[in-house]
Write a protein that binds this ligand. Structure first.
Ligand code: TYM
Length: 331
């Protein structure tokens, strides 16, 4: 049976990259599939988190998902550590995955940096827990941005190795869903870098909590080249900053890049940027206002997450039991 799972780290605020690359797709999949959306707090702590920030960021992330249109009635909304089967299956997968597979993960190399000896063991094992997040639901579809592709391939490798090692056909091979005009939103300051909540420059990203003035200012100041916009997609080749702004426009407005270029081709950035800013504000402001409103009642958010955890465990507990049984664990 098809099921959607995806997760986001509560390790900072949400960015426009998270929204366009992941959350918008989460919303559209709710009507087609049963969905589970997760704040992955156990992943966040692979690098140290201030406990006060983690509590705040987890609730704010839940508020962001709900404000963006994820309905706790239609979808299951959870915080990872409240559903213990994630970590339990994560341990099993630590024993299935190979060191060599983990060493190839580009995200680990990026995050650990030069001093990999000083990275936490959890950061190294991160993708095995991610595989567990997905497979503890037997999820078949995982909407993510482009940067998670390698982790999803590893998830398939882990599922295949488990099935092979125990001679079963138990875990499904998951499909990544990497779609839309903005699967890789780039920094507003540098078209070769991903937009990221951990970039030291706040001007490099649009935060979902930014007010209208800062959104407009960041777009006005975004790096561009001096040429006019092309009217065909080929004209965006080797123009990463221009392409990024057009992709953002298309994704925000649910248009194809071709359709956007047919309208704005020939314009200078001095004309295009204010239109993009207006569009961004009109789409994002209602979400940030709703987020702020939801954050006024954190107890309600906690209730939603508690209810989600109870619903999730009805799915995860039997799958964990069955996994243990397959492996010969005495129950
Ligand atoms: P995280 O928290 O870094 O990002 C959450 C989602 O946002 C997408 N994303 C982007 N998409 C386009 N452009 C960007 N600049 C951009 N930045 C972030 C990410 O691709 C992701 O879909 N490992 C995951 C969290 C995770 C998970 C999972 C995801 C844990 N378990 C199971 C799916 C299934 C992560 O760090 O995402």
């Amino acid at each position: 049976a098809p099921r959607v799972f995806s997760g986001i780290q509560p390790s900072g605020g949400l960015t426009l990259g998270n929204y366009l690359g992941a959350i918008k797709r989460f919303v559209s999949m709710q009507d087609e599939y049963p969905c589970v959306y997760c704040m992955v707090d156990l992943h966040a702590i692979t690098v140290w988190q201030d406990p006060k920030d983690l509590v705040h960021n987890t609730r704010e992330l839940a508020a962001g998902l709900i404000a963006s249109g994820i309905s706790p009635e239609k979808s299951i909304l959870i915080n990872q550590s409240q559903v213990p089967e994630h970590a339990q299956l994560g341990w099993v997968f630590n024993c299935v995955a190979r060191m060599g597979w983990m060493q190839r993960m580009t995200q680990f190399k990026d995050k650990a940096g030069k001093n990999a000896q000083n990275a936490s063991l959890g950061l190294f094992g991160y993708p095995a827990l991610m595989a567990a997040d997905i497979l503890i639901y037997h999820a078949t579809h995982v909407p993510v941005g482009e940067d998670q592709k390698q982790h999803l391939e590893l998830t398939r490798d882990i599922a295949a190795k488990f099935n092979h090692d125990y001679g079963v056909d138990f875990f499904p091979l998951t499909e990544p869903v990497i779609e839309g005009a903005a699967t890789r939103v780039m920094s507003l300051r540098d078209g070769s870098k991903k937009m990221s909540k951990s970039d030291p420059s706040d001007a490099s990203r649009i935060n979902m909590t930014d007010d209208a003035d800062s959104i407009a200012k960041k777009i006005r100041k975004a790096k561009t080249d001096p040429d006019a916009l092309p009217s065909e997609i080929d004209g965006l080749k080797d123009r990463p900053e221009a392409r990024n702004l057009v992709n953002i426009y298309a994704a925000l407005n649910d248009q194809t890049v071709e359709d956007v270029l047919a309208e704005v081709g020939g314009q200078q950035f001095g004309t295009f940027k204010p239109q993009l800013a207006e569009l961004a504000v009109s789409k994002l402001s209602p979400i940030s206002h709703e987020m702020a409103r939801l954050m006024d009642d954190p107890a309600e958010i906690d209730r939603i997450l508690a209810k989600g955890a109870a619903q999730a465990r009805e799915i995860t507990a039997p799958i964990l039991s069955k996994t243990y049984e397959i492996m010969g664990m005495v129950r």
